[in-house]
Design a protein around this ligand. Structure first.
Ligand code: ZN
Length: 438
């Protein structure tokens, strides 16, 4: 792996992944290119030794794994990240006319965006259509892959205090302009044409806005990468590459990519659901393990929850902890929280630090400023379903949840190398002691 090739791959992956449905589609294609076999959740699983498989729930969460060459293995080496990003969901009956001149799309917020960053830039729509097919319903992905929408600011002349702060109302301010009124603004017709179906056959939709602004590598020494959805696609892509490149060790590698992290993970396919636990149970059963064996395997397993982290801001150093101040390109960030918003404890942190030392990957630490409550992520939520030693990690970035985020160009490679080492390591966990070998 090489840094610029990896970041080119990340930007292309981002461009083709406007939301979680497409993230999962693109990961599935990358896995199948490497010989991984898809497994339906409704099928009876038969697993062969030394093979790669993946399964999908809700078209938007995915778990990939490789069976060991022999049946026995140490534990699951699980890396989990999220494939969704803050956006806006299109409401049913989406067309709203304004001033008899404009057609806007009615939306609601998906996750915690920095709202202002979505204004005055080309946007489009992607997601899935539920289409009548014979006597049934068929899911079809749809991406209107062109500049289609804009959410316009109010001019400074009409609000001279705009630069002193503006309180956004999503319902009033964030509805994107779709068409000039005059004819009927035909959203269904556009979707049907894009998906190649009849308008009357569209029974329902799951559609989201996305930012069309392309990503880029920039800075005096090309040290930064900027793009929409770097949280958490930088981790997703680095983890995927590390997973595909890894081999050996005593673990059963599992790459999990979850949807609905940005809205709290409580969904059928989210980290609070049973998707990962179900998958691990089925895999172990197919490899001959009973419930007692599974409990023993889980006690020897380890989870990396990878989600981007806050770099110290150049103009707002006061928001960061006085001494734990992650920087872009400073390596993988290990996150701690006394409230256990992050899963890391002394034991799991030590195991991860040792792994990274052996893999020669730099590690830095993040803790919230004690007076500023931070966000949370899927690690502790997933831990309520699959309780194994875990760390929360991420890559340092600026402007998290902006429509266009900035991160370190060297860090994609840092995480890809850490992931490769983790999936391919020999990890022996016995109680609160461990041995790590690459
Ligand atoms: Zn995230």
């Amino acid at each position: 792996m090489e840094q610029s090739e990896l970041n080119r791959g990340l930007l292309e992956f981002l461009r083709r992944s406007p939301n979680c449905f497409f993230t999962v589609k693109n990961i599935s294609e990358a896995l199948e290119e490497r010989g991984y076999t898809p497994l339906g959740e409704g099928d009876r699983w038969v697993l062969e030794p030394g093979r790669g498989y993946y399964t999908v729930r809700g078209m938007s969460s995915l778990a990939a794994f490789r069976t060991p060459p022999e049946q026995a293995f140490g534990g699951f080496h699980i890396l989990a990240c999220h494939g969704d990003s803050p956006s806006f969901r299109i409401k049913p009956n989406a067309l709203i006319t304004a001033e008899n001149r404009y057609v806007r799309l009615n939306v609601e917020r998906y996750g915690g965006s920095l709202l202002s960053t979505w204004l005055d830039r080309p946007l489009s729509l992607a997601g899935r259509l539920l289409v009548r097919a014979g006597a049934g319903v068929e899911s079809r992905l749809v991406n209107v892959d062109r500049d289609l929408l804009v959410i316009p600011h109010l001019a400074i002349h009409m609000d001279r205090s705009a630069n002193e702060g503006w309180k956004y109302s999503v319902q009033r301010d964030m509805l994107p302009l779709f068409a000039a009124a005059g004819g009927p603004g035909d959203l269904t017709g556009l979707l049907a044409e894009t998906a190649g179906c009849a308008p009357e056959d569209i029974l329902d939709t799951d559609l989201f806005l996305y930012n069309r602004t392309p990503g880029t590598v920039f800075g005096l020494h090309n040290e930064f990468i900027g793009a929409p959805r770097l949280d958490d696609m930088q981790c997703v892509y680095a983890a995927l590459r590390g997973f595909l490149d890894s081999a050996g060790g005593n673990g059963l590698p599992v790459l999990a990519v979850f949807d609905t992290e940005e809205v709290g993970s409580a969904s059928r396919q989210g980290a609070a659901g049973t998707f990962l636990a179900d998958t691990l149970e089925r895999v172990s059963r197919c490899l001959g393990a009973d419930r007692e064996d599974l409990r023993r395997i889980l006690s020897r397993s380890f989870l990396l929850s990878a989600d981007n982290a806050h770099a110290v801001h150049p103009a707002h150093g006061e928001k960061a902890d006085p001494v734990n101040r992650p920087v872009m390109n400073g390596g993988v960030v290990l996150k701690y929280s006394a409230a256990r918003k992050y899963t890391t404890d002394g034991f799991s942190g030590a195991v991860f630090r040792l792994l990274c030392q052996k893999a020669e990957v730099p590690v830095q630490t993040f803790v919230n400023h004690a007076d500023i409550p931070g966000g949370s992520t899927l690690g502790n939520i997933s831990g309520t379903q699959v309780s194994v030693p875990a760390v929360d990690i991420g890559l340092a970035q600026l402007a998290m949840h902006s429509a266009w985020e900035t991160a370190g160009a060297a860090d994609t490679l840092h995480l890809a190398r850490a992931a490769k080492a983790f999936f391919g390591c020999t990890l022996d966990i016995c109680g609160e002691n461990a041995r790590v070998e690459l």
